[in-house]
Design a protein around this ligand. Sequence first.
Ligand SMILES: O=C(O)C(=O)C[C@]1(C(=O)O)C=C[C@@H](O)C=C1
Length: 427
Amino acid sequence: MQSLTPSSSGINLKSLIRTKIQSNRVNPNRPVIRCVYRFDAANAAVNTGTANSNSAGHVGGSRADWQSSCAILASKVVSQQQNAEKSGGAGNITAVNGHKATMDLDLVPIDNQPKPLTITDLSPAPMHGAQLRVAYQGVPGAYSEAAAGKAYPKCEAIPCDQFEVAFQAVELWIADRAVLPVENSLGGSIHRNYDLLLRHRLHIVGEVQLPVHHCLLALPGVRKEYLNRVISHPQALAQCELTLTKLGLNVTREAVDDTAGAAEYIASNNLRDTAAIASARAADLYGLQILAEGIQDDSSNVTRFVMLAREPIIPRTDRPFKTSIVFAHDKGTSVLFKVLSAFAFRNISLTKIESRPHRNRPIRLVDDENVGTAKHFEYMFYVDFEASMADVRAQNALAEVQEFTSFLRVLGSYPMDMTPWCPSRED
Ligand SMILES: O=C(O)C(=O)C[C@]1(C(=O)O)C=C[C@@H](O)C=C1
């Protein structure tokens, strides 16, 4: 895939590291939390949706998961501690979330008025009135930018030149959230982001489903018969495959990093033989004409994006929730059936199953002196199901699943996108 270096202010890895080095001081807007907790990992993990099983199958938690759980629990403990000190009964901190917490909490308030962290400090609302910074892959005019705006209407959208960079922007506190595409109703899964979800420790805290209306863009005055090349994001090319053929274009199709980047590339290089598949907004931003619009192969072309954060949200049961997990197994038979039945017998619907190569163990060999060696491809399995981790059915289902799996992690438990369905033009 041709990589276009966006001329806009897209973040790339070098600028990310430079930014972090320059600002390698405590973020003035956020107290620094250092906490050491001992608490009932299994319950805490399931309650805060960060269940994770290590090789022994014990529900334990990675450091990142516990840090995020700590952050949430700390916010509650700190307010309790403050109350206890006010009432003179400093004593032992009572249990939080049902967990006896023994901690050495060293909270270093940055501004001159020490104030306890509250759960709202870790919620999707902008911190202390600041504008929420949301990283996305692409340049202005990309559908991911539109998704960021739908997810967080008043956010500051930060373009990144790679999906990986958006993940790192959140991990380095350069952004507060990332909004990334994971699947499209015509093109299927964006596998790169499934792999990155596993590699990084961010949490899915929401989803948005964005109707995507593709346009064929070219420089002003260019006619379709002049074209010999169409460039765009591979997903966009896949979503318009049949229509491009029906348009009778005699063109090669080239994949580039993102749709709006393709439009920007044509404009900045004055390419009169090339068209881009991108949004109408990209046409406005980069001064291109729309040769054809609504060229996706189906009018209900929708891309699902997930919103990622450093901390999980507290699951609730007062609105429709979805939970995303990833698991692997290394022994046993009919494991997938057993895992899926753990949800089916509790009347929990699944909305997605995806399998991706198990990159740490891609092949499992089974030697048999009589018939030879079986080579089994090993997979990580991603499942989305329609239940909140606050729902005891989901907790019991995961407790059962961890018995069959060698690895289990909750990627997030978050509100479903229930916005009205209007596949009108949303660029
Ligand atoms: O290239 C863009 O505009 C993007 O936002 C990326 C992306 C994707 O990765 O699937 C997002 C939505 C569309 O389905 C097409 C492309």
